[in-house]
Design a protein around this ligand. Structure first.
Ligand SMILES: [Zn+2]
Length: 119
């Protein structure tokens, strides 16, 4: 997620700052830069701006799909290579979630593994 500072970060849709009292919606980086909806990836919005955007249902659908695949990952993978192989296969079936998202997930998995190894 890009750095989000209330009062400083601007809403990606209207360009106005996200203030303390504002209801906000944010998404992690889950779409590639080339995706037509990439401006919704790794970004934060006023809830009202997001809900008024005509694409919001499609963005929510893609994000839910992305989480679904990630949450269903096997918990017994032992090596980074096994995880990479899983991610490659798993995300082949997710429409429009591409190479970039798989790489982001592989990085997330590697970080999770490093944490698990700590005493
Ligand atoms: Zn806004």
């Amino acid at each position: 997620m890009g750095l989000f500072i209330r009062g400083k970060t601007a809403c990606e849709l209207c360009g106005k700052p996200l203030r303390h009292r504002d209801a906000v919606v944010s998404f992690p980086a889950f779409l590639p830069g080339s995706h037509p909806l990439s401006r919704f990836s790794d970004a934060t919005f006023h809830r009202s701006c997001f809900e008024a955007a005509p694409e919001h249902n499609e963005v929510e659908r893609l994000h839910a799909r992305h989480r679904q695949v990630w949450d269903a990952r096997p918990r017994d993978l032992k090596t980074v290579a096994e995880m990479d192989a899983w991610a490659r296969n798993a995300f082949q079936t997710v429409d429009r979630i591409t190479h970039y998202a798989r790489r982001a997930l592989a990085a997330e998995m590697r970080n999770a593994m490093k944490k698990r190894r700590l005493p």
